[in-house]
Design a protein around this ligand. Structure first.
Ligand code: UTP
Length: 298
């Protein structure tokens, strides 16, 4: 059988402390980039890559994510009655089909590795995609689709990577690069949040993974790693002793919507890519950045 992946896991149980107070009662994954919640971008990317089952690992205060991926009959009826058929069509297009979503809870935010482990019974004994939804991308095709194309050939585990300035590596998981071209090279090691002088490269893990189910058994064996959290990188390192890992240096640009700067730039870039608002928004930006003089005092 060809190498295919049907299931994607979206860990959305983190506390989002970098976005307080916005995230006190609202999940950070529901913050909007233009007019779509951040989580919707990751779900769309997964759907484009052929994913059929969307598994969300949620936590307290995250019920609204479940509602977002459900039908809203009153709203739909009102849009229909008012003839707002484009908006209605968009709502319906965004919605996964009946039976395509599963939700499970991580009762305590013990780390990303632990969140993934919470999905073990839903995923079962199959390869799965893991998407950290606060990373979103401008890329054509989507990053997960690019990884799927590599996975069809390689099987095993696949990780999307991107280059960052060497001095910035200590905020990320970093891979050691082995043989092969940018679109498909072997990964020979990885380390979470290394000091720049200890980093094996400047290729960071970008929040998209295709993993084999054996990872679940290895997560249970992990003690808390960097930052006192159960890290997925530690389990992946253990899995590397048994299975192949392939790196895909994807084509595109990432936005870390878990950070304020990344989130704000995503809003600018995605807005400028929208036919309906691009021109007016560009005009506004020019005004704000001083190309057209304005009085700040109004
Ligand atoms: P982050 O570390 O970026 O999210 O985890 P965070 O902890 O919510 O953010 P800050 O640092 O406090 O602002 C990456 C992804 O993993 C999920 C988060 O929801 C996010 O989508 N995550 C993280 C979990 O689901 N559970 C955890 O225990 C930790």
């Amino acid at each position: 059988m060809a190498n295919t992946v049907r299931t994607a896991v979206f860990p959305v149980a983190g506390l989002g402390t970098r976005f307080l107070p916005a995230t006190k009662a609202m999940p950070k994954e529901m913050l909007t980039v233009v007019d779509r919640p951040v989580i919707q971008y990751a779900v769309d990317e997964a759907r484009e890559a052929g994913i059929e089952h969307f598994v969300f690992v949620t936590g307290r205060n995250k019920g609204v994510i479940e509602d977002h991926f459900d039908r809203q009959f009153e709203l739909e009826a009102t849009l229909e009655a008012r003839g707002k058929l484009d908006a209605l069509e968009e709502l319906r297009r965004d919605l996964p089909k009946a039976g395509q979503t599963s939700f499970t809870r991580q009762q305590e935010p013990l780390g990303l590795g632990h969140a993934v482990w919470c999905a073990r019974d839903i995923v079962g004994n199959e390869p799965f995609a893991l998407l950290l939804p606060d990373m979103i991308f401008k890329s054509e095709p989507g990053v997960l689709k690019q990884m799927m194309d590599a996975y069809e050939q390689t099987g095993g585990n696949v990780i999307a990577v991107e280059e960052v300035p060497h001095e910035d590596v200590s905020s990320y998981g970093v891979v050691a690069r082995g043989e092969g071209p940018d679109e498909r090279f072997s990964i020979t090691g990885m380390v979470e949040k290394p000091k720049p002088e200890d980093a094996p490269s400047n290729l960071i893990i970008s929040g998209r993974y295709i993993l084999q189910p054996e990872i679940f058994g290895l997560i249970t064996e992990q003690a808390a790693g960097a930052g006192g959290e159960i890290q997925i990188t530690d389990a992946m390192q253990a899995l590397m002793d048994m299975q192949k890992f392939t790196g895909v240096k994807y084509e595109g640009r990432s936005f870390d919507c878990g950070s304020k700067i990344g989130f704000l730039s995503a809003n600018v870039v995605f807005a400028l890519d929208r036919e309906d608002i691009a021109d007016a928004f560009m005009q506004e930006l020019k005004t704000l950045t001083g190309e057209i003089p304005i009085s700040i005092a109004g």
